[in-house]
Design a protein around this ligand. Structure first.
Ligand code: NAD
Length: 254
């Protein structure tokens, strides 16, 4: 097993790509931390993982709320006393239940802030606390989930592109600041649209080809594991990584 006894946390992990990574880490022997917005969803995900109570911690936390994040990391310290892997995954391209994606000229400040707060500020807040724990034992791997739109702009995705470009930059900064502590910081994107629950629920995606959510699993395990020793400040594309490693990438039609 590639992650035996490592303590690994994933934000936004009750569904979608976060859930895929939480499962993959559990299957590789990690102790897993689940974090999401709703306590019932968190409890459900913990039950579905089926790990012994000593190997799992599920917490309701909103990554945009500083006090939630501080409490959350305090609980991690109390339960496990260390942290080896942290994945910043919670995020979205446009706030749920808001009018369709708009051009920048029509974007409301409220929508801009919600995307930036969740995708970028949430990543900053969690990284800051994760780094404090990892620096004590002088090792760790942080994985920041990005998107094709973290390097290539797309119309009607102003806040999303700004947040994901920001994540790519923040990843490089934190990699530089923490290499002396043997902490690796990398970005990871699926490499295309993924058929998560949220993606499938959008009528505009009907009939379109999308990647199966498991696309992210192998590259996330690689980056979390000691196989990736020395690999930092990089931006990975899970689809490309799978192709390079002979792993079949599955697509589905919505
Ligand atoms: N699905 C895609 O096509 C796709 C493509 C490229 C990148 N991504 C990225 O992958 C990540 C996950 O996307 P997904 O499609 O699996 O999304 P999803 O909506 O299926 O899951 C995201 C999870 O994050 C949680 N979440 C949202 N805000 C939160 C907050 N403030 N605090 C804690 N949890 C919060 C949600 O409740 C949800 O469970 C995102 O960062 C997204 O930008 C997704």
């Amino acid at each position: 097993m590639k992650l035996s006894d490592k303590v690994a946390g994933v934000t936004g992990s009750v569904r979608g790509l976060g859930w895929e990574m939480a499962q993959a880490f559990a299957e590789e022997g990690a102790k897993v931390i689940i974090c999401d917005l709703d306590q019932g969803d968190v409890d459900g995900a913990v039950t579905r993982l089926g790990l012994a109570p000593g190997r799992v911690l599920g917490l309701k936390a909103n990554v945009t709320v500083e006090q939630d994040v501080l409490n959350f990391f305090q609980r991690i310290k109390e339960k496990f006393g260390r942290l080896d892997v942290w994945v910043n995954n919670a995020g979205f391209s446009w706030p749920p239940k808001r009018p369709a994606q708009l051009e920048v000229v029509d974007t409301q400040l409220e929508d801009w802030l919600q995307v930036l707060n969740t995708n970028l500020t949430g990543t900053f807040l969690c990284c800051r606390e994760a780094l404090k724990i990892m620096r004590v034992h002088r090792s760790g791997s942080i994985i920041n989930i990005t998107s094709n739109h973290g390097k290539e702009g797309r119309a009607r995705m102003g806040p999303y592109c700004a947040s994901k470009f920001g994540i790519e930059g923040l990843t490089q900064v934190m990699a530089l600041e923490n290499s002396a502590f043997n902490i690796r910081v990398n970005a990871l994107k699926p490499g295309g649209a993924v058929a998560t629950e949220r993606h499938r629920s959008n009528p505009r995606n009907k009939g379109k080809k999308a990647l199966e959510p498991r696309v992210i699993r192998n590259c996330a395990v690689y980056l979390a594991s000691d196989e990736a020793t020395g690999i930092t400040s990089q931006s990975f594309d899970a689809t490309e990584w799978n192709n390079q490693h002979g792993i079949k990438v599955h697509y589905t039609t919505e």
